[in-house]
Design a protein. Sequence first.
Length: 196
Amino acid sequence: MGYSQAQKAESRQRVLETASRQIREHGIEALGVADCMRSAGLTHGAFYGHFSSRDALILEALEHAVRQSEKRLASHPTEPGKRTETPLQSIAEAFLSERHVKNPGSGCALCALAGEARHANPDVRERLTGYVRKLESRIARATSNASGHSALGIVATIVGAITLARAVDDDELAKSILSASLALVMTQDAVGAVAR
């Protein structure tokens, strides 16, 4: 008995979720088709029923990871809320958290893959470039200082901070990287508030 279209779509979704988690945890080059399929509860032989190649899986898994990142980003308001935090503070604290550092598989695709993206194929780089621009735009709307140039600096600070915090083997240093970066990012919000 064959699979229904709904079952096939559900299986494909499981593979994409597994692959997107694995590339964020271990990197693009570490993604193995057999391991990914096994982790998704499918056989290696079922792979070509869902994807034309490993590169196609990687690109779709990246798309899935970026969509998840965009959805999380969209959940942060761009206008001041009832709480005392500013929209930029809400975004920055979500990114620059210990939870984000310790859970790359469910975190920001850009923070997880920025270091290896320069070696990736052009399609991967194009997708990450698009996400950088969306993140820059979102942060520009969330800051009191609406300069795109400042927003791009904030993106670089956030991605660099997460990359460094994940790279070091000292938890206290990692926490210091996060708190110092958050303080630096928030100076941009304060600059905009003074300018108004």
